[in-house]
Design a protein around this ligand. Sequence first.
Ligand code: M6R
Length: 611
Amino acid sequence: MCGIIGIVQKGKILKKKLGTVLRGCLKNLEYRGYDSVGFAIITWNGELVVRKSKGKIDDVSRKLGFDDYDGVLGIAHTRWATHGKPSDINAHPHVDCKNTIAVVHNGIIENYQELKEKLKERGHFFISETDTEIIAHLIEDYKSRGYDTFTAFKKAIKELKGAYALAFIDKEVPDRIYFARNTSPLVIGLGKNIMFVSSDIPAFLEYTNRVIVLQDGEIGYITGDEVHIEGIDGTIVDKSKRIRIVDWTPEMAKKAGYPHFMLKEIHEQPLALSSTLAGIGVEVEKLAEVLASAQRVFLTGAGTSYHATLIAEYLLNNLAEIPAFSFISSEYNRYGKILTKNDVLIAVSQSGETIDTLMAVRRAKKKNVFIAAISNVIDSAIPRESNIAVYTRAGPEIGVAATKTFTTQVFLLSWIIIKSAQIKGSITEEEAKTLYSSLRRLPEYARNVISINEFLAKKIAQDMAGKQSAYYLGRGLAVPVSMEGALKLKEIAYIHAEAYPAGESKHGPIALVEPGFPVLFTIFDDEYRDLILANIEEMKARGAWIIVNTFEGNEKAVKLSNNVFKTPRVQHWVAPILHIIPYQLLAYYTSIVKGYDPDKPRNLAKTVTVE
Ligand code: M6R
């Protein structure tokens, strides 16, 4: 949902030109939006230069000559359109009437129409269709009434309703970048005589790993050697208490020889799983205890994270015997009314910033529900607003399609639920031991799954690329895996893909099946392994192309299928973590065959910070 980067140096600190560095940082944020790009720089002789255009970073920066510009400070933006179509004019930064102030923004200003009308009456003129442009004019307006830039900014912010992370520069104060955050993410990077402000940490990891994650309502500015942050009530924030050292390395946010981040991230899953395993600590124990004594557990998330909650819901009900209910975070009202202070809500979000999930958390909090967050980003909004936070250790995920963050979420949730089942006594010590040992073996098994299935995924992708639609079917715990597999194919290969419980397929979906229609069956070594064979037969009888994703040794299913993805035979409770991998690979290679960029699927952004 738009990526922002701002850099200010004290003297010439950067070895390269500022335009080149801004471009590089912006590249690390491209996953957040990629329909238009722009920058504003204050040059060494105090000029404000603004360049922007519709298009992706590489094309726009070539066209506009990003690399030719240098200066003391600058801001840049990669956009995911909300107000106003992608166009040169709607691209950020946006400037005021006098071309003195340049603003970049992520989020939505809900009352922008009203403010725009007021500002027009006061003589301001607007050239874009965006909500962002009003911010530049509002600050300009307060300045024209005699306020200094920071005071004018604070006054302007008080008038804005909605979600924003924004940064701006003022030619008349050429040594600082101002910023504010409300709901949309923003972080400060602290270097030596160089400071950064950005939507996400990977943007500036190459320069510093010392960060402050801003909180809602915070406002301030950075100079080359100073960070000033004020809270919502005007109190100055003590930065020393807020600085975090992140253990991500710049290499983690690079492709490391892979053609795409998504492929790299699929291959990183064994490592991401081992790191998550190594990171299991007291918080996990605490959360397991909370769950074990909960009357009911609700789970929420969006997209892939929602699919992770469905797996956890299944495990909570069946292993820990704790009544569990999962819901899509934008559908809070499904259970909102019945939530009470005796319930626990688990909010799952890799970014920790998805607005739908954050809003569900906030609404549940008002009802004194105990909130537990599962996230991949330390100090992000959802963990911060929760009673307890447990982190996956997948490292930064840049590809828009979630892969390693899904498997690590499911891994962590499974561990926590097994622990709570053990505490509750709904499984024996022996059973718990077996399950932990299955989980411990998953990093190694995940490596096998990749090596066994990658070639086949490439091969199947050739035919899949020519299909319009596909079904992903499974039973029990394999249903959420099917849903996640279908989402992957849909979002990066643009093939209509739907998932159903296999038993449900004959109640409607089968009507679409004709010769060659791809139907992918996920089969675990569980109570459904034979029952599902009848569903395969039903599809086969209609000429469907049967692809089976099953454990080694399931010969009955193999006999009925045209292609088989094989995974090691593991306890079915932990099987989802392995069986999703072939589907990730299939979606990736199908996208490649179709000539798309799997890292940047159309119309999508990695972190969705608008409701
Ligand atoms: O950061 P989150 O886990 O909260 O993100 C939720 C969804 O936006 C995300 O999982 C999305 O569905 C992925 N792009 C799917 O691959």
